[in-house]
Design a protein around this ligand. Sequence first.
Ligand code: SF4
Length: 393
Amino acid sequence: MATFSPDALFAAELASDGAKPISREAACRLLQADDEMLPSLLAAAQVARATFKTGVITYSRKVFLPLTNLCRDYCGYCTFRRDPGQPGAHTMTPDEVMEVVRAGERMGCTEALFSLGDKPELLFPQMRDTLRRFGYKSTLHYLEAMCEKVLRESSLLPHPNPGLMSAEWLERLSRVAPSMGLMLETTSTRLLAKNAAHDNAPDKDPAKRLRVIEDAGRQKIPFTTGILIGIGETPEERVDALLAIRDLHARYGHIQEVIVQNFRAKSGTPMAHCPEPGRGEMLRTLAVARLLMPKMNIQAPPNLSDPHYADLLDGGINDWGGVSPLTPDFINPEMPWPHLDQLRQRTEAKRFELRQRLPVYPEFAEQAAAHSDLLAQRLSAAADAEGYARRAA
Ligand code: SF4
């Protein structure tokens, strides 16, 4: 990336009171700022965070449920997905789901994160057979049933990430999950080209993903999305992805958090030898995200920036995302989550208070509860008076 030194225009934008979002032009330039500029960029992001957020940094204590790792897409960076018959290919049974959920309950978890490949039954007859054996027509029918089972039979709240969904499926899942997610990742259609990150990944078409996020907005579903940085996008494309998220939130008010996730090169994938974004690039991106959307919840996963993850707080985040005391990160299995005591110590060392939230953020709980009586009931049992996790440790 080219670098630049601060000039009067951008120095003036950074010196604002933190309440007014910076312009696209400033964001693009700041993303390419040199190291000399980094401290003032981070300071500006911290002012913006302090303008709208209290000194609380949240996380969600979760269990990770890889409902199926069969997927019809072939993203260039993914080690999660499998074809049927490959070592490690697996679809969890209902009993396996509930076993993990019960263990999570005993450890104070409040989120059941369902992560799964996108519509594997469209490509693989083996998945159709598995679903038939379980008694379901599609992966989404199975997911819906498992979310409802978790909601009815445990104190955990489901948060499904099933990939693309129709408006009808968003509505169905919104009755059994207080929030759900779909990473936008990028708005760059260039990355769908031959040998790019999303070559052979039809579900990563940005237009389709934006449509899902917009449909969720129309239905007032608390929604998690975000960007994946370092997969071949330009600085301008990275800013445009953040702006697309911000614009959808401005129209519908449903984006509960924006994740900034850094690409990690994993052996055995087509992108194993691609450069990873460094610490400076991650911090610049976080700071720019905060300055573009000062009021929003911004999250960065700590395990993808270990051992220096506490530095991410300097970029203006206010959430660590889901952290599990029990299950590995099946998407990044080689990068374990930090121990919760260590997360607390490092967060407090930066003078913040760490609090356990539910999968749905406190300010979105009412919106979630409006989708079904069952959800309203379970949410009121799980939340404390401020909307954080009642069993917060
Ligand atoms: S990142 Fe998601 S959509 Fe892409 S291959 Fe992996 S599981 Fe499938």
